[in-house]
Design a protein around this ligand. Structure first.
Ligand SMILES: Cc1cc2nc3c(=O)[nH]c(=O)nc-3n(C[C@H](O)[C@H](O)[C@H](O)COP(=O)(O)OP(=O)(O)OC[C@H]3O[C@@H](n4cnc5c(N)ncnc54)[C@H](O)[C@@H]3O)c2cc1C
Length: 524
């Protein structure tokens, strides 16, 4: 380990590593310091249940990574360093209490036919959305893929007005500001179609009635239909391993098991870091902290020197938590709604917009939801290499749960300590899957349950198990992520930058914040 680098990066998440790849490629000497023993942050693959069963600890879907500006620039290189994706053409589906299901896949006509079985009018709407998607996506992807700076986003707005006209641009802005429910109910008439698409808002903290969430059901359904989904071959950590290898090949270093205790400053400028064991390491050009705003304040011993900034960082708000259930199975679930569901990457158990709204509200109120939203990921349906022959893993995301339990909306769980509650609550979630896939429980050969507090203990950025590193509601998104004036990662301390999912463009494996910052610092 050197005692001086050009740039020190705190944390080895996907944003840090994308940043390190670019800076190292530009000739910077980069040192990454990660507190956990395994790099990757929310992107890790571990044998959690039994040998030979590879579970994605947190993120499973790498579509944002594969579609990112970072991947466009470095994808070829990363492939040379071992990165492999596995495509999924059957992307996501929902099952309903009446035994029906709906799902979005890439096959021309397949999704349309499924929609038509619910509503012919909705099938025509789908055709229209698909036809308009390339023209709309160009602007939405440009918005999301660029720094949140007035001169850049202003140019994009001017381009949209010039090429598409006022009514089209205003219409897009209206969609971006709409709640999932507002957009879904004015666009589709089938409750099943609305619920299936609306479940994507719950991957973030966009319950159906939250303004600013419509873009997620829209983008995820259109992108899945047009491009499919991808997961990592052998596990999501294929992306992390390839980035590590590329960084090391460019002379960069990654040090795990090294918690950064503080940022060192001299004359209002960041000069390096101090590790928990007291070791001090210098950074001649930049200290880049991939931490949540609260974590940044800890690194600054509570004071940046700018009280207004400190207040904004301290008030940064987090979304409700997530619980993960990892199962090792003898076979995939036998979904009663349809055999075809076995082939989908995600099966949502989120039967209506009202159920999702209720779940979110319960979690916000500190209650264990009576019926949480479940994202049942079936990675081995797409990539059998993650489990021994004929065996499977199931990745179940339980959305959403409170970090601090004040009660149980179903009135049956009386304990409030997650260490105790997690297994009991996992039983509730597994019962919900069992109702749609009888026989699942008998197929379980191993199980690991990760509470929201376990997620935070592994990675302090996931405060209270908040998987999106901070609410994405409008008051904390776009120009306001993490706070007005800091959406490009700038802090009041010269040479200190904040990056990661708490910074624009927010959560996901797309590495947007890290890559944009690297381009700002190291040049394009
Ligand atoms: C359960 C779950 C499921 C998800 N599923 C998906 C999905 O399927 N697809 C998708 O696109 N996104 C998903 N996400 C979101 C996505 O994974 C994250 O938004 C993204 O990986 C965040 O990356 P990051 O680089 O911002 O930071 P993180 O992954 O948070 O990494 C930050 C790193 O910094 C380290 N660190 C923090 N403080 C210190 C310190 N003081 N010293 C040293 N190290 C420190 C942490 O230990 C951590 O390793 C999921 C997230 C979770 C939690």
């Amino acid at each position: 380990m050197s005692n001086e680098y050009d740039a020190i990066i705190v944390g080895a998440g996907v944003n840090s590593l994308a940043c390190a790849v670019h800076l190292a490629a530009k000739g910077w000497r980069v040192g990454v310091f990660e507190q956990a023993d395994t790099p990757g942050g929310a992107v890790k693959t571990l044998e959690l249940t039994a040998p030979g069963f590879h579970h994605d600890w947190a993120a499973m879907n790498l579509s944002l990574f594969a579609g990112s500006g970072f991947f466009k620039a470095y994808g070829k290189d990363l492939t040379g360093h071992g990165l492999e994706f596995v495509p999924a053409s059957k992307c996501f589906a929902s099952v309903f209490d009446d035994g029906k299901w709906f799902g979005v896949s890439t096959g021309a006509g397949e999704t349309r036919a499924r929609i038509a079985s619910f509503s012919e009018a909705d099938a025509k709407t789908w055709d229209r959305l698909c036809a308009d998607f390339p023209g709309t996506a160009e602007y939405v992807f440009e918005l999301l893929g660029n720094p949140m700076q007035m001169h850049i986003q202003g140019r994009l707005l001017a381009k949209a007005l010039w090429r598409k006209g006022f009514a089209w641009t205003a219409g897009l802005a209206r969609t971006l500001l709409s709640s999932p429910r507002a957009w879904l109910t004015e666009t589709f008439e089938s409750d099943q179609v609305r619920a299936t698409l609306g479940a994507w808002g719950m991957h973030l903290d966009f319950a159906p009635d939250m303004a600013g969430g419509a873009v997620f059901p829209y983008l995820e359904s259109m992108a899945s239909h047009h491009f499919g989904m991808v997961i990592g071959k052998g596990g999501a950590d294929t992306a992390i391993k390839a980035m590590l290898s590329k960084i090391e090949a460019s002379g960069g270093e990654i040090h795990c098991g090294k918690r950064v205790a503080r940022v060192l400053k001299s004359g209002g400028k960041a000069t390096g870091i101090e590790l928990e064991d007291g070791t001090q390491i210098k950074a001649s050009r930049a200290v880049i902290a991939n931490v949540a705003p609260g974590g940044l304040m800890k690194l600054l011993d509570g004071k940046s020197g700018d009280a207004a900034f400190d207040a904004k960082m301290t008030k940064f708000s987090h979304a409700p938590g997530t619980m993960m259930i990892h199962l090792a199975l003898d076979g995939l679930p036998d979904w009663t709604a349809g055999e075809e569901l076995k082939n989908f990457a995600y099966v949502h158990i989120a039967p209506s917009l009202d159920q999702m709204a209720r779940t979110y509200q319960q979690a916000v109120a500190g209650l264990l939801p009576d019926e949480p939203v479940l994202v049942v990921g079936q990675p081995t349906a797409i990539d059998p290499s993650r489990a021994p022959d004929g065996k499977h893993v199931l990745w179940v995301q339980v959305r959403m749960v409170p970090a601090e339990i004040r009660g149980d909306a179903a009135g049956t769980i009386t304990e409030t300590d997650w260490a105790h509650v997690k297994e009991i609550y996992a039983d509730r979630a597994i019962e919900m899957i069992e109702r749609h896939a009888p026989g699942l429980k008998a197929k379980i050969i191993g199980r690991a349950v990760v509470s929201p507090l376990d997620l935070e203990a592994d990675n302090p950025n996931l405060v209270g198990g908040d998987q999106v590193a901070g609410s994405h509601h409008l008051s904390q998104n776009f120009l306001f992520r993490p706070a007005l004036g800091h959406a490009t990662g700038k802090t009041p301390v010269e040479g200190l930058h904040i990056t990661g999912a708490s910074v624009w463009p927010g959560a996901g494996t797309g590495a947007g914040a890290g890559y944009m910052l690297a381009r700002k610092l190291g040049g394009k």
